[in-house]
Design a binder for this molecule. Structure first.
Ligand code: HPA
Length: 274
């Protein structure tokens, strides 16, 4: 008997494919303040999430809630302009549902982006960080009955971020003269920003940047064998209690928006080589 979850993934997938009449090969998830990349997609088919069977709608600030299919860097891409966050109250199955749909559509590569707080003291607001690994402090989206047809019960996470995509990203950044930092992304549930002690702790355990997204989607993508590349825009820097600064969600969006053109250029040129 077919798992009901697969029936739903396929219904969402078929709806999107019918609307766009093209076969995307690359999925893109655009993080907070990074939706601009979608404006560069040529001959786009724009599908609001609310039109797609079984899809949720996205409520977070800086997230529009559209699926955009079209040509970028010479490839057919499908970009999510806005993602679902666990802190919005969605279940982990809902947060990662779009990745299941990408798999059902035949997408083989996924590029994820986010705005993140810099923990590594050498990182500054506006920097781009290639995600080389992660530390997951959120509930795992694969908890529950495994869908054997899609992937294994115990997926490997040794190289969650595809090394050949990383190499392309590094070489492309060099060619374009864009400074690309590298590091480990720590994923927390949010919605609170970190206390100074938490920022310090995340640095001690090996984190370079921290955010409230991305890792659930990466885990689900790896489960079904999709290659992943991840990039963070550093939107704020970890600070201590005595520093005269606080975190603000709107500042995060403004900082991410400022770096969005740089990230879009980099993504477009990476896609040309995929
Ligand atoms: N912490 C968690 N999530 C974030 C941050 C942060 O400092 N900045 C952007 N997203």
């Amino acid at each position: 008997m077919t798992d009901q979850r697969i029936v739903e993934f396929n219904e969402s997938s078929e709806y999107i494919l019918q609307r766009c009449k093209q076969q995307p090969t690359i999925g893109i998830i655009l993080g907070s303040g990074l939706g601009k990349l979608a404006d560069k997609i040529e001959s786009p088919t724009i599908i609001p999430y609310k039109d797609i069977p079984h899809f949720k709608t996205s409520t977070a600030i800086g997230h529009k809630g559209n699926m955009i299919i079209g040509r970028l860097g010479g490839k057919i891409v499908m970009a999510m302009q806005g993602r679902f966050h666990y802190y919005e109250g969605y279940t982990m199955q809902e947060v990662t549902y779009p990745v299941r749909v990408m798999y059902a559509m035949g997408i083989k590569k996924l590029m994820v982006s986010n705005a993140a707080g810099g923990i590594n003291p050498t990182f500054k607001v506006g920097d781009l960080m290639l995600i080389t690994d992660h530390i997951n402090l959120m509930p795992n989206p694969l908890i529950g009955k495994n869908i054997e047809k899609i992937g294994p019960r115990f997926p490997d996470m040794t190289r969650a971020y595809d090394t050949s995509m990383q190499k392309i990203a590094i070489d492309t950044a060099t060619t374009l003269g864009i400074t690309l930092k590298q590091g480990t992304y720590v994923a927390g549930t949010g919605p609170t920003f970190e206390t100074p002690a938490e920022y310090k702790f995340f640095g001690i355990i090996g984190g370079d940047a921290v955010g409230m997204s991305t890792v659930p989607e990466v885990i689900v993508a790896r489960h079904c064998g999709i290659d992943v590349m991840g990039m963070s825009v550093i939107s704020n820097e970890a600070h201590t209690i005595t520093q005269d600064t606080i975190n603000d969600g709107n500042d995060v969006i403004v900082a991410a928006d400022k770096a969005a053109d740089k990230m879009t250029l980099l993504f477009t040129n990476i896609i040309k080589q995929l």
